[in-house]
Design a protein around this ligand. Structure first.
Ligand code: AMP
Length: 499
């Protein structure tokens, strides 16, 4: 099945219902479908065919969605790109994917034009261009089927070349259906959408989920905490999706509200893409009465695990249980299952798992064992709670000091339980004695004075000595990417200059 066909079928069913509200304008499902057909007709006119790659680098806007589903509907492959990418990065993505068409804005094009002029085959389409409209545009032929690639999503990759995860129509459909079942998503839902569209969280979970359900999506270009609190209450929203940074800012904003939002219709706050701390989980519950539902996913696999729809079965720091059709194993370095409750690498198998890295057969082969995808995440399952999954960090971020394993997240949790600490990030730095030493970067809360030594003493009272930071650096801000993930590679560079 072609994903765009499925969405078009929903559109036919809910034709008069608002599908998307953005920048003061509403598109019904009929409008949405007509736009997709129209964009598809224009792509066809430009000669885009099944299997061609179309890179889309746009700010968050409704046209992004028209392009995306139009690309899928004619069997081409959509390549969403972060609007912040710099010219050299754009050149890499366009070249690596062999894109035939680059959809962007005129101001972005002016920055990248000289860098891409050698790509003589590349066509360019600007968002500002008035696309010829056909009254009854019906072109989509849905020439790509379930096993065909629908999207290439470049992973945020912290080292080496970014890898393009090739995701099939079937991967997306299977994952979306699993989420609908797990979160009881229905046409009665109203989603407040504040996430970027170039990332799987905003696109394949939030936007796709809403369009598939026949629900309504209120989309904002930027996340602004006050606007979120006001809109959730005034527009009777039922669903919200965010990353931990967003929830932290919502918590901070709540205290400043003159009248606290009454969330009468709200049923689900979902969080993922980065670890939510237990402080954030409990603080949010204390102020709003809602338990955030944390889920775990990644570009290559879509969503893997989720906490339960029943609030009582949600737990802080846990990402819950495998979604329908997803299998999870925890393995040691040799790929053998670890003993029960031990930490190991999370491996995933299921209809959600991508088809491989675009143009990188060796990388793909390295990342799989018998269809099990090696996530690079470390985690464990709790046998006393139905094998509930907990993540403890990325395998690459594991610190081995004097032969002992240190999971940065455990140390970060302790540091963040101190009243002076706003945020922390723990990394391993080379050390002649220990191989690696534990080092922490800390952003302090304003107006609280504390020394690094005091914080180290605090850690020592709560952690085994080998886990405690040997050095602590105070920083004004912990570097994060657009999805709120801490960029430890950048942090290591920053700290190295301070040593
Ligand atoms: P991305 O491919 O950019 O979506 O990043 C995927 C990675 O984000 C995963 O491999 C995890 O390391 C991390 N991640 C996603 N969801 C969670 C979560 N709920 N808790 C902790 N880490 C998460």
């Amino acid at each position: 099945m072609n994903l765009a066909r499925l969405i078009s079928e929903t559109a036919a069913k809910y034709a008069d219902k608002p599908a998307i509200v953005f920048a003061g304008k509403t598109w019904t499902y009929r409008d949405f479908d007509r736009q997709v057909q129209n964009y598809a007709t224009n792509l066809d006119r430009l000669g885009i065919k099944k299997g061609d790659r179309v890179a889309v680098q746009l700010p968050k806007c409704v046209e992004f969605l028209f392009f995306h589903f139009a690309i899928l509907s004619i069997g081409a492959i959509s390549l969403p790109l972060n609007p912040d990418y710099r010219p050299e990065e754009i050149v890499y993505f366009l070249t690596d994917s062999g894109s035939s068409l680059f959809v962007t804005t005129s101001d972005r094009l002016s920055k990248v034009r000289s860098a891409i002029q050698h790509l003589s085959e590349l066509k360019i389409l600007l968002k500002e261009e008035e696309l010829p409209t056909t009254e009854e545009a019906v072109l989509p032929k849905y020439s790509a089927g379930g096993d065909d690639i629908a999207m290439i999503c470049y992973t945020s990759g912290t080292t080496g070349r970014c890898k393009g995860a090739a995701i099939s129509h079937h991967n997306l459909i299977a994952n979306m259906r699993a989420l609908h079942q797990a979160w009881e998503w229905s046409d009665r839902d109203i989603l407040l959408h504040v996430l970027p569209l170039f990332h799987v969280h905003g696109l394949n979970v939030a936007a796709l989920g809403s369009l598939y359900a026949g629900s309504t999506m209120l989309m904002f270009e930027k996340f602004e905490p006050r606007q979120v609190w006001e809109t959730l209450a005034s527009k009777n929203c039922t669903l919200f999706m965010g990353v931990p940074t967003i929830y932290q800012r919502l918590i901070n904003e709540w205290a400043k509200l003159e009248t606290q939002s009454e969330l009468r219709k709200m049923r689900l706050f979902v969080c993922g893409s980065a670890p939510l701390s237990d402080q954030q989980f409990y603080q949010f519950e204390n102020i709003t009465g809602f338990r955030i539902l944390e889920r775990y996913g990644m570009t290559e696999t879509g969503m893997n695990a989720s906490n339960h729809i029943t609030p009582e079965h949600r737990k802080a720091k846990s990402v819950g249980f495998p979604l329908e059709g997803v299998e999870i194993r925890i393995v040691d370095r040799d790929g053998n299952d670890v003993a029960i409750a031990e930490v190991g690498e999370v491996w995933i198998r299921g209809a959600n798992v991508f088809q491989g890295y675009w143009g990188m057969p060796d990388k793909t082969a390295e990342s799989f064992t018998d269809r099990w995808f090696h996530t690079g995440d470390l985690g464990f399952q709790d046998p006393d709670d139905g094998n509930r999954l907990y993540l403890v960090g990325r395998a690459k971020e594991l610190i081995i000091t004097g032969g002992f394993n240190v999971y940065p997240k455990e140390i970060e949790n302790v540091l963040e339980s101190h009243e002076a600490v706003k945020e922390s990030a723990v990394v391993g730095l080379p050390d002649s004695d220990f191989g690696e030493k534990v080092v922490a970067a800390i952003a302090l809360k304003e107006a609280i004075n504390i020394t690094p030594e005091e914080l180290i003493t605090y850690c020592k009272s709560r952690l085994a000595a080998y886990k405690c930071p040997k050095q602590i650096f105070f920083v004004t801000e912990i570097p994060r990417n657009a999805m709120g993930k801490i960029q430890k590679n950048i942090l290591v560079q920053q700290i190295s200059t301070l040593l």
